[in-house]
Each structure stands twice: as structure tokens, then as C-alpha cells.
Design a protein around this ligand. Sequence first.
Ligand code: PGA
Length: 259
Amino acid sequence: MPERVAPEVRILANAEAAVPFLLDEIRRAIAPRPAARGPALVGFATGGTYTAMLKALGAELDGRRIDGQSFVATHLDEYLGYPPERRGGMVHELGTNCPALLAMLRAGTFFPVPHVDADSALRAHDELLQRAGGVKLQFLGIGRNGHLAFNEPGTPFDSGFHRTRLAETTREDARARFAPEEPPREAVTSGLATILAADRLVLCAFGAAKAEAVAAMLRGEVSVACPASVLRQHRNVLVLLDRAAAQGLPGQQVAQGAC
Ligand code: PGA
């Protein structure tokens, strides 16, 4: 049984306050490394939680305050049948919020999660991440149901990249993004073991709708019923919350992490 360790938790005044923390995480992860190790691999997350950070990163890259040559990029998951140019897809969203990532895609330094489920494609993607030295810094969101990436409740902790069916709450939360079309039913996702293999994990959750999942992640049983609870098996995790998302945590934990 892996040792359980408490993630560092910080409670911020609001979601916008997370942006400087997140940019600093990127700066630290991509700080100069020995040439032999190559540029650091940063794993981005999609969803409303990260829109502000991605836009701010775009401005940093455009202004050359962060060097786009100093890292390679990937992300967590993709809807099945959504190639990079298709609206609603994750790569499309990342490129809309941070066009520099699309330039990296064209240059071959952004590794998109396959939008097909062929074993060979999933294996090739995983191998690409390994050859890049593995994910140094992985950003994460959390679903209302405790999902991490598209690892819905019940997903085994030892999962790698796989095809998955989306939970109904996940589809509901994605409805506006696809309207007037129906949200997709399936996706390709990095597995929980894939996520745990990253050197550092930074999870953000904002808003009252996430409070229950956040409490289950940090205070509930470590169990497949709450996939995000797997983070308590990793030694290097930062959780950034706003007050609304933290409202299910005991006062002491909130006070300790407050900033
Ligand atoms: P959100 O999605 O950032 O849009 O809330 C996060 C998630 O479902 O993992």
C-alpha cells in the first residue's frame, strides 16, 4: 500500500489570484536544466478553471518573459473523434486560449492526446512522453464527481492512457460547450497511473460546485469512488482553492493553508 501524504493546500481570495502561482510553477519547472535532459515537459489541463492561466501564459510567451523554446507541452485528455481543429475539442480549446501552444503543435513540441483509441496511437503517445523525460509538471482540475482528467469514479488507480465513457455529470457540465450539439459520450484520457508519474502535480478548484469533491479528495477515503483522492499517494502535490471550493474543509485546514 503506497504511503499517504497530505497535499499542500492553499486557499486564495479568488480564482484570479491563482494565476501568478501557476505561472511561477511553470517558471520553476522549465528553469534551465542540463542540455542532456532536454526541455521540461509540462502537462496542461483544460476547462474553465485554467482559462485565465492559459491566457496569461500566452501573454508571457508573446512578450518573451517565458521562453517557448524552453519547454515541451502536452495535456490530459481529448474527446474521441475531435482532432485539433475541431471546435469543442481540448487541443482546440488550448489553442484558442493560448495560440502559442498551436504554434508549438505545428513545430512538433506540443504532444496532443490522440483523438482515436487505437492501441498503437495510445502507446505511441505514452512513449513520446517517456522519451521527453516524463511529465515534470502536471496541471489538474477536478470534476464535481471527483474525476481527474476523464478518469471517472470507478477507474482503477493503475490505469494508463485509455478510452473512457463520460459520466452524466461530466457531459452535463460540457453541454454549453457543445450546444446546440450533444456533448460527446467518449474520450481518450491519461490514466491515474499516468498522472501520478509526473514529478509535480498542481490541482486547482474554484467555486462552490467543487466543494464536495474537494472535501472527498482531501478528507475522504482514498478510493476509486473519488479518483482525485489518488493524489494522496503522491509526494509533491499543491492544491489551490478559492474560499467557495474550500468550504467543505475543516476550519483548521483552511486557516493553515490561507494566504
Ligand atoms: P472545469 O473542469 O475546469 O471546467 O471546472 C474541470 C474538470 O472537470 O476536470
